[in-house]
Design a protein. Structure first.
Length: 298
C-alpha cells in the first residue's frame, strides 16, 4: 500500500524492529540533531573523533555519556570503521556526517570496507509534495551523471527494490522526456521506450515503466487525456526517472524549495542504504532520511 507522507513512514518504522545507524564523522550539528530527534525510531553509533563529537553534543545540550561513540583508529578511514560495524552486526545502515560525499564513498567502496554488491550505486530523492497523494521519488539527481540504457535499468531497479523493501508490491515509473514519442535524435526517448519494454517483459522486477513521457502528462491525467496519451497510471507515479543528473537534481530541489515539499535522500546499490543529503540540508531533512533508511533496511 502506498505511503502518503513522512508521518506515515515514521509510523511504519516505529511499528517494526528498531534499526541502528552508523553516523560517519559524527561531529556534524544537523546530523546529530536528526539522530537525537530520531532516538525513538533508530539507535545510533557515532563514528569519528570522540572529543569533537562530545563537544558538539554538549553544544546541543546533550550528555556524551548517553551516546554510543566509536573512535576511529589512527590511519583507518572512518567509512571503513563504520562498514566494520555493519559486518559485525552492530549497525544496519550508514549516514553521512561531517565528511565530503566523495571521501565517504571512497571509503565505502574501498576493498577494506567490503560494501560493494556489484550493482550500480544510485541516489534517490523522496519528496512529500503538497497536492500529491503519496511520496514521490526522483532518481538519479545525485550520483549518475549521464547514464546509458544499462545504467538507467540499474537505477530503476535500485529504486523499485527500495520501494519493495518498504512494502510496495509494484511501483509505477515515469521515464521522463521532453516528448512522448521516440525520436532517434533524442537518446533518452529511445531509452525510455526500451525500459518500458523491459518492464512489460519481466526484465525489470516489481515495477511498470511508462515512457517516453513528459512531466505534465505523468502528473496530470487530464492533460494525458487531452493529448490522447493512453497511460493507465497518469497522476499515480511513484518514481520519476530523470534522463540525466541535471534534470533529477533540479526537479528534486524544485519540489522542495518552490513547491514547499519535504525531502529525504539515500544512496542505494551498496550492501546497506546510505543516508546522504546535501551539506545545506536541514536537521528535519536528515531526520526524514533516517526514517527512510531504517524503513527500507531488510
Amino acid at each position: 500500500m502506498p505511503i502518503k507522507n513522512f508521518d506515515e513512514l515514521i509510523a511504519k518504522v516505529k511499528g517494526g524492529p528498531k534499526k541502528t545507524v552508523a553516523l560517519v564523522q559524527a561531529n556534524d550539528e544537523h546530523a546529530l540533531q536528526a539522530v537525537i530527534a530520531a532516538k525513538d525510531i533508530v539507535n545510533a553509533v557515532l563514528v569519528g573523533d570522540e572529543d569533537k563529537i562530545s563537544a558538539v553534543l554538549r553544544e546541543l545540550g546533550e550528555n556524551p555519556a548517553d551516546f554510543n561513540i566509536v573512535s576511529v583508529p589512527e590511519g583507518m578511514h572512518p567509512s571503513v570503521k563504520a562498514a566494520q560495524l555493519i559486518h559485525e552486526g552492530k549497525a544496519d545502515f550508514l549516514m553521512k556526517g561531517k565528511i565530503m560525499t566523495g571521501d565517504l564513498l571512497k571509503g565505502v567502496l574501498s576493498p577494506e570496507a567490503d560494501m560493494k554488491t556489484g550493482n550500480l550505486m544510485s541516489h534517490i530523492i523522496i519528496a512529500e509534495v503538497p497536492g500529491y497523494h503519496k511520496l514521490l521519488c526522483v532518481t538519479d539527481g545525485g550520483m549518475c551523471t549521464y547514464p546509458d540504457l544499462e545504467k538507467k535499468k540499474a537505477i530503476v531497479q535500485n529504486a523499485a527494490t527500495f520501494f519493495h523493501n518498504l512494502g510496495y508490491d509494484k511501483v509505477n515509473v515515469a521515464a521522463l522526456c521532453a516528448i512522448e514519442t521516440v525520436n532517434p535524435k533524442m537518446p533518452e526517448t529511445v531509452h525510455a521506450a526500451e525500459l518500458k519494454r523491459m518492464s512489460l517483459d519481466g526484465e525489470l522486477a516489481n515495477c511498470y515503466v511508462e515512457g517516453p513521457i513528459s512531466y505534465d502528462l505523468a502528473m496530470v491525467p487530464e492533460i494525458a487525456e487531452i493529448k490522447g496519451f493512453d497511460c493507465p497510471c497518469a497522476g499515480d507515479f511513484d518514481i520519476m526517472l530523470a534522463p540525466e543528473i541535471v534534470v533529477g537534481n533540479v526537479l528534486g530541489k524544485c519540489l522542495v524549495y518552490t513547491c514547499g515539499g519535504r525531502m529525504a535522500g539515500l544512496v542505494l546499490g551498496c550492501k546497506v542504504p546510505i543516508v546522504l543529503t546535501s551539506r545545506g540540508s536541514s536537521a528535519d531533512e536528515k531526520y526524514y532520511s533516517l526514517a527512510l533508511g531504517a524503513g527500507c533496511c531488510k
